[in-house]
Ligand binder design. Structure first.
Ligand SMILES: [Zn+2]
Ligand SMILES: [Zn+2]
Length: 660
């Protein structure tokens, strides 16, 4: 028996969870935790909400509430989301817990005293109106790399680059909109660059690190590591524990990583155990791929600096898109966990998110595919096999597992498969290949159905009753194996099947999957385990989702006729077109609107090549304030449909004609 320390990436407490979170992190971690418990390992499975950082502080300021109040609201929602998905955490804490302040401050001081943290004066934006420095998301402006508007102090959403707040062009304070000045402030830096060789060695030699984590990390290491700024000038956060650092807090990422330890310590204290034993035996972080950098570079460097054992591995789940588009909470293109669970059982969701694609690949949630897989695989294959087995047992064998007689080759082959399957799935589990294990289970159910069909017990029950008894006995064995091995994947459904088998009180461990049900074992009346999802439910779900998209795409509020009159549309002719270098979707067009020629950058390259769009008549908004897209000036906007990107034409119209 070994001890296993499992963590999930901390959900940020400024919104509830959606299917993307569950798919990349929480469901895989839970499958692994449950599997380990069944193998007899001693598991400590922890998580917490991440409650500091500027997004929560900004939200609180805008709503006139305290950041802790905002975070508390979402802590509760997230906790309920995870519980309703049966995520079997041993502890779910918060980074605002007083013990976490202590742990984070002690850690900071320890590294400071070891000389791993140093001070440096740097230039930072300062708002004179608000009387404070503007870290991270407190400041917005134009990205210096891609000229995208609305870039934040730490990150540009458009080009995805990490930014330093003073790099922003046209910066403005997010609270009062005034232009900040640049002032000097002393901050604390972690000597990350010093640990480059040790981290590289760990990444290269760790056989358990999956390829996606390894490749990202080695890519960054190749560019060279820069020292990492660990503090901010702001109020909301854990104060830097140094006299001379008044008004500074510890950067949210440093302390959020330490919360894995805090949550474990809290659990250990109330259970009178040592969390360290778990950490030192085998510690595994489940995360989404967006935070591989923090876990494969920052975290091991901090641990090395502190003289602490490094994690066993890091499992990074890739992204989930929705109906072929990137999920977006701001555009409401998302399915929230709680909404989903109003209509479907959590095991159905767990099944689909696990079986849909391997964890190390991006994948898509589509309502039609969801319906198809649930109906074809769970209802028609697994559900059907269980139901016909149990019904037959009831009808012809007085609810008892019949006595098998001499096994022929076919029977023996099935018995071998029952014996082999637990080991096959265990190997997948140890390699974090959860999907493969689940597919193996469905294969076993398929095999069961085929066996049932081939043996035709409904015929042999009269002509060769011994053969029918053998077949039904073996089908009950398969059902039991399925029920046990399904437990880490679909815990509720597993329990339902075990209940029919009258095994709900048995000690269910991994080994139990291959043990034989004795003849005469009594089962209960069967009820259907899986039901099909009807078309009209899926239709309804799709309509609701796509309506969201429509609402956010069209203007939400009403505008006045005066507002509309301000927009000047004209018929134009495309007289020049070329692809924008470095972008898949943008075309740079020259459009003749008679009075002048406008340069327009338009997101039409997925629909038209330059040759196809040239000489087309289009409708152009001509009085749009020029903006830069991808560093190229754009002076107008071409009207096109939002999804299919078809330009609105004006065949036969005069170039330059006004549109009313
Ligand atoms: Zn950018
Ligand atoms: Zn301000």
């Amino acid at each position: 028996m070994s001890k296993v320390f499992i963590t999930c990436a901390l959900p940020y407490a400024n919104g509830p969870t959606h299917l993307g979170h569950l798919r990349s992190t929480y469901i895989p971690a839970d499958v692994y935790a449950r599997y380990n418990r069944m193998k007899g390992n001693d598991v400590l499975f922890v998580c917490a909400t991440d409650e500091h950082g500027t997004p929560i502080a900004v939200k609180a300021e805008k709503e006139g509430k305290s950041p802790k109040e905002i975070a508390g609201r979402y802590y509760q929602m997230i906790k309920e989301d995870l519980e309703s998905c049966n995520i079997s955490l041993d502890n779910f804490s918060r980074t605002t817990h007083p013990l976490h302040y202590q742990i984070a401050q002690n850690f900071f001081l320890n590294l400071y005293n070891r000389g791993c943290i140093y001070e440096k004066a740097i230039k930072q934006p300062y708002c004179d109106e608000c009387n404070r420095f503007l870290p991270d998301r407190y400041v917005e402006g134009v990205c210096p790399y891609c000229s995208g508007e609305g870039a934040r102090g730490d990150h540009c959403e458009i080009c995805g680059r990490h930014l330093d707040p003073i790099q922003l062009q046209d910066p403005r304070c997010l609270i009062c909109s005034s232009t900040p000045e640049i002032r000097e402030s002393t901050q604390y830096y972690f000597r990350l660059s010093q640990f480059e060789d040790e981290i590289r060695e760990w990444i290269e030699n760790n056989q358990k690190l999956p390829a996606n984590v390894k490749n990202y990390a080695l890519g960054w290491l190749k560019e060279g590591l820069k020292d990492w700024i660990l503090t901010r000038d702001m109020e909301w956060g854990i104060p830097v524990p140094l006299e001379e650092a008044k008004g500074k807090i510890i950067y949210v990422w440093l302390e959020a990583l330490l919360e894995y330890i805090t949550s474990a310590v809290l659990w250990a204290r109330s259970n009178k155990k040592s969390w360290r034993e778990y950490w030192e035996d085998k510690s595994i972080h489940f995360i989404g791929k967006d935070i591989i950098y923090h876990h494969s570079i920052f975290w091991p460097a901090l641990l090395i600096a502190y003289d602490c054992k490094l994690p066993y591995t890091i499992i990074a789940g890739e992204y989930l898109s929705l109906e072929g588009r990137k999920m977006s909470t701001s555009k409401n293109w998302v399915i929230w966990t709680s909404d989903f669970l109003k209509d479907f059982e959590s095991d159905i969701l767990r099944y689909y998110l696990l079986v849909n694609a391997p964890l190390n690949r991006d994948t898509d949630f589509s309502w039609d595919d969801f319906q198809r897989r649930i109906n074809d695989e769970l209802a028609d294959v697994l559900g059907n096999f269980l139901h016909r087995t149990f019904s037959f047992t009831n009808r012809f064998f007085q609810q008892k597992v019949p006595e098998p007689s001499n096994l022929d080759d076919h029977d023996q082959e099935i018995m071998r498969k029952i014996k082999e399957t637990p080991e096959i799935i265990a190997t997948y589990m140890e390699d974090f290949k959860f999907r493969d294990g689940l597919v193996e289970l469905i294969k076993l159910a398929k095999l069961g159905n085929k066996y049932f069909n081939d043996k035709e017990p409904w015929k042999t029950i009269k002509s060769q009753p011994d053969n029918a008894a053998t077949c039904i006995s073996i089908c009950n064995q398969i059902s039991k194996t399925l029920a046990v091995l399904l437990q880490p994947y679909l815990p509720d459904k597993s329990r339902d099947i075990l209940k029919i088998l009258n095994l709900e009180d048995a000690e269910i461990n991994w080994k139990f999957a291959e043990e034989i049900l004795p003849e005469g074992h009594e089962i209960s009346n069967p009820t259907p385990i899986f039901t099909k999802i009807e078309d009209k439910i899926i239709q309804n779900k799709k309509e609701t989702l796509y309506k969201n998209l429509g609402e956010t795409n069209s203007m939400k509020g009403l505008i006045s006729i005066e507002d509309f009159a301000k927009l000047e549309f004209r018929v134009g002719k495309v007289i020049g077109a070329e692809k924008v270098k470095g972008s898949d979707s943008l075309l740079k067009l020259m459009v003749d609107v008679k009075e002048k020629k406008l340069q327009v950058v338009a997101g039409l390259a997925n629909k038209y090549t330059s040759e196809e769009i040239i000489n087309k008549n289009v409708i152009v908004l001509v009085n749009l304030k020029p903006a830069k897209l991808f560093g190229i000036k754009s002076e107008g906007m071409i009207l096109a449909t939002a999804d299919t990107l078809s330009v609105l034409g004006a065949e036969g119209a005069e170039i330059g004609e006004k549109i009313k």
